[in-house]
Design a protein. Sequence first.
Length: 403
Amino acid sequence: MWAVVLYDDAGPSPVPINPTFYLIRGSVKKILYIVSTLNNSGPTNQLYNIIKYLDRSQFEPNLITLSPESVDSRWTDYEKLGVNLYSLNLSRIVGVFLGKIRLSKKIYEIGPDLLHTQGIRSDMLSASLEVRIPRVATIRNFPQHDYTMTYGKSQSMFMLWKHPRAWKKLDLCVGVSEAVSKNLADQFDICDVETVPNGVDTEIYQKVSQADKIELRRNLKLSESADIWVSSGHLSERKDPLLIIATWKEIFANDPASHLIFIGDGSVRGECETASADCPNIHFCGRVSNVSDYLQASDYFISASKAEGLPNAVLEAIACGLPVVLSDIAPHREIWGMSPDIGELFDLGDKESLKSAFNLMKEKNADTQYEATQSLVEEKLSAQVMSKCYQSIYKRLISGEAQ
């Protein structure tokens, strides 16, 4: 715990405006996570994994959300982990005017040893604070691609100007893949960068026995004998499900022994359903709460994504023992490069290359692929490994040790 004395220009004050913290170190260190919300999403789930495996004898997790929660919030899940939760409950517009002062007051009350943020709003607020404690941000995407596809050209230009300026004021930026870290350094001139790969919770995502797999298929009303390919994630232009559908139809359209299922929803679902209307072995399950069941019931995983950080969907599939077919983008290539026996890469947006990858997968040895997926997750991509990496960073920054 830290003892905190707060000063502004008028001297000691219980209501900080531009706080400077003078800190006295104790034993258990308080980590304060700051996020927009705990809405159910990839970043929220990865943060959950970091906190779940924190060594509580060394770290006390505290978390502030900036805005009100939605109906699919994971707030209760975080409460069950024993996280000290707080919310500023500000809308995005009100947060522009009151976010800094409200956050400063709450930080003063908590007295953290380190701030850890993710997302543009949280990163910018953290960078604006005058605090003498370490500040870390996790970056999970390629902003120049993601922002443009999500927010449009005008808004993304402003975001791409503001966000890097905030990163440069922090003590450390953590990329979720080597590709993300390299992008931060090359495209945004961020010097203080490290890589901690995303991790998958193997208590939830794991391979099941053949008997359990058949039972899952029965419960999910899936074919018990067919080869099932699964693609999970947002049905958006960035994920390019239409390429998967077009290619599938040329190879498997009339094959009752092969089925393709999409888990997720999104802006191009209508187009996808129209494109596959004449293909009875393509199925759309929508957004589901039991993704692990579908993965454990499947045989192969496929992603044609155009941009990722280090995709949770791929990690979850690998943890469930699924061989993968992945578009040849840098984060996918990074995962595949750790253990090429896990599957195949295909050229981004190239139908002929994807067809070739489909065919090559049929020739692979299933036992070799399974062993490769399990070894890779256990050694490099588990949530436990990820959390330990962050804990090492916390210790180093709090103690003031050089990188």
